[in-house]
Design a protein around this ligand. Sequence first.
Ligand code: PLP
Length: 383
Amino acid sequence: MKVYLDNAATTKVDEKVLKEMLPYFTEKYGNSSSMHLMGNEAKSALEKARHTIAKSVNAKTTEIYFTSGGTEANNWVLKGLFWKNQKLETGKNHLITTKIEHDSILKPCERLEKQGGKITYLDVNKEGFIDLEQLKKAITKETFLVSIMHGNNEIGTIQDIEKIGKICKEKNVLFHTDACQSYTKIPIDVKKTNIDFLTLNAHKIHGPKGIGALYIKEGIEMTYLLHGGGHEKGKRSGTQNIPGIVGFAKAVEIANSKDVKKMEKLRDKFIEKILDIPNTTLNGPKENRLPNNINISFNDVEGESIGGYLENAGIFVSTGSACMSNTLSSSHVLEAIKLKPLQANSSIRFSISKYTTEKDLDYLMKKIPDIIKKLRRLSPLVK
Ligand SMILES: Cc1ncc(COP(=O)(O)O)c(C=O)c1O
């Protein structure tokens, strides 16, 4: 049996998405910039997809720019705005973010610090929520951007972006949110929430990898990262990935609240059953949590060992963030919620999807108690 519980890392492409994409590889493969009929065919698919994505977050079609994924969109906002402010000599060089962002925010921040940027990394509480008062106090005349993720990829915390957007509007500061994990799971309305930039991608929602989008509120100018043939209104050059874009839009189109409710129900059942195993703790919040995220510390055992045993049983999970698992360093998110290193190292992220079933959960529950028992027997930490 194969049980895939690593859907926060990536998801299976939905058959309907694949079916929608295929003709754009083999029949309708024109370049959307070409002036002939096949180019027009690609161009109209591109604009239809742009419209679908715009509508899903209450943006205008002209405010959506396709990128190669969430990483590029995040890099674009941070670097593009910083460089624009540098060029205009506005004196704004301060960015506010959090300690629990994805690396595609934190690594660009490190780069900007080397170029004269000042970064404030907001703390989070034990459940991963920022303190809105700390945010208010951190905003200064030099602040050019507040970048706070919507749903956290490791512990599932959903920040109150409506309140954050309101604060940013009152203080007249631009607001960016990375919604790669929450998109189509938690409703997002860029107008109501005062969002100026929004990062989205497809591969977390049963769409293809290598495609994403950035919403840029109308009228905001920033420096571009990719110069070339002038695609995306000259702001993001590079021949558009039409199959990917069409698949992205289809994934958005078929996402629905019924699937979200199903995941929430299964998530809660999962958490309840797993916490029955002695000496286990839930990381992240009980409420305002991503519908597909379950993060558990199996105290006194090493997460990597649990992961290995689960893999042998055909169950695929993640220890910390998948993007970081190869470094084996302690997760910055678990560190930020003040888990002790041993507790952080004993954590496993189980992330479900609309394809996860009760049967999968039963199979996991058949396997995992014995694995934990065995590892605890071997653990030098258990007296
Ligand atoms: C919160 C978050 N932001 C950004 C990304 C990066 O997106 P992509 O893989 O499309 O570059 C991810 C994916 O791991 C993510 O979880």
